[in-house]
Design a protein around this ligand. Structure first.
Ligand SMILES: C[S@@+](CC[C@H](N)C(=O)[O-])C[C@H]1O[C@@H](n2cnc3c(N)ncnc32)[C@H](O)[C@@H]1O
Length: 335
């Protein structure tokens, strides 16, 4: 699995580097007045409902399994096979065709990278395993979920409600919902023979359709909600619910690569986190080509004065990666 960005300016791929990304903003809002920085993207938030026969999403699905420490195994659609079947999928946003054509990991304001599992997700899974976070009876938001592994973990660990948010409706409809359904089997009741696929060292995967249990599927899905759209309008949608949403735990991985998004991201965390809640955030130190990264985000958070931020894990191999936790400062808890 590769985690490099491809960089295209005006449609010309930069063949020179491997850590850059497309940064062509479309559908942009006005520049943020307070930051003077480029615009944050706008895509009206909406809720998505799983199809009535969700197992059809998994016809001929090929999936992988990630197992981290004592955490339950997590299943997700294989990226390569997913890419190869793009032409057979609904793609109202045109992001599948565009990313396939341009071979890009991200097109700012158009496609925000949710079609693949980014490496900091694995870092956060490891930290969660180590920290012993249990999720039992908690309300959880997987913010910028992409494949949704973090939310799926909390679901399997007994979270009361898990909400998945991604910028792109295509990601939610084609990938996140499918992955949740893939995990709808209680792992203890799996036949445990050859239904779990693991990637071999040379990357080979054997296709296998996963059997589904309608009852357990329904049970788990009833604890989930799915949303697409940008953070600003998602916040409005969440705040306008009959019972405004508040989360005990918000998890977010590889979402601070663009400083233009910080005000909306920060406001979302501020308004949607329960007073006693925690935000687990996994990130690289720096995102080449876009300019965001942990240092700039920490500075932003400090300036806002709402959250304390502590490092849970700092990796030092290659490109530095981190997992941090945000909590309300005592005096800001009342909002
Ligand atoms: C690089 S992907 C990471 C996906 C996933 N968390 C992972 O680690 O594999 C960044 C995610 O952040 C979300 N995102 C980025 N900017 C956003 C914005 N302005 N509004 C809403 N979502 C945004 C997108 O949904 C996208 O899936």
């Amino acid at each position: 699995m590769s985690f490099c960005f491809n960089f295209i300016v005006d449609g010309n791929p930069d063949k020179g580097g491997n850590t850059s990304l497309i940064n062509k903003t479309e559908f942009a809002a006005k520049p943020s007045e307070e930051s003077g920085s480029p615009a944050a993207p706008l895509k009206e938030a909406k809720e998505h409902f799983p199809p009535s026969h969700p197992q059809q999403l998994l016809d001929d699905a090929v999936y992988e399994t990630v197992s981290v420490g004592a955490l339950p195994p997590l299943h997700y659609l294989n990226e390569t096979v997913f890419e190869r079947t793009v032409s057979e999928r609904e793609d109202a946003e045109n992001v599948l065709s565009r990313t396939a054509e341009q071979r890009c990991d991200l097109i700012s304001g158009v496609y925000e990278g949710g079609l693949k599992v980014w490496e900091c997700t694995y870092d956060l899974l490891e930290v969660i395993d180590r920290e012993g976070e249990t999720f039992g009876e908690k309300t959880v938001l997987d913010l910028g979920c992409g494949a949704g592994l973090l939310g799926i973990l909390s679901l399997k660990r007994g979270a009361r409600q898990v909400h998945f948010q991604d910028y792109n409706s295509t990601v939610i409809e084609q990938l996140t919902v499918s992955n949740v359904i893939l995990n709808c089997h209680d792992d203890d009741t799996d036949d445990g023979k050859d239904c779990k696929l693991k990637k071999t060292k040379d990357g080979t995967l054997l296709p296998k359709r996963r059997a589904l249990d309608a009852a357990s599927q329904h049970l788990l899905l009833s604890r989930c909600k799915f949303f697409s759209g940008d953070w600003r309008t998602f916040l409005t949608l969440a705040s306008n619910q009959e019972t405004p949403l508040k989360y005990d735990i918000i998890m977010t991985s590889e979402t601070i690569y663009n400083t233009a998004y910080y005000p909306a991201l920060h406001d979302t965390l501020h308004k949607l986190l329960a007073a006693h809640g925690v935000v687990y955030l996994a990130t690289k130190s720096h995102y080449f080509g876009v300019g965001g990264g942990l240092h700039l985000f920490e500075t932003f958070v400090a300036q806002r004065g709402i959250f304390s931020l502590d490092h849970l894990w700092d990796g030092e191999d290659g490109l530095q990666r981190h997992v941090v936790v945000l909590r309300f400062k005592k005096e800001s808890e009342s909002h």
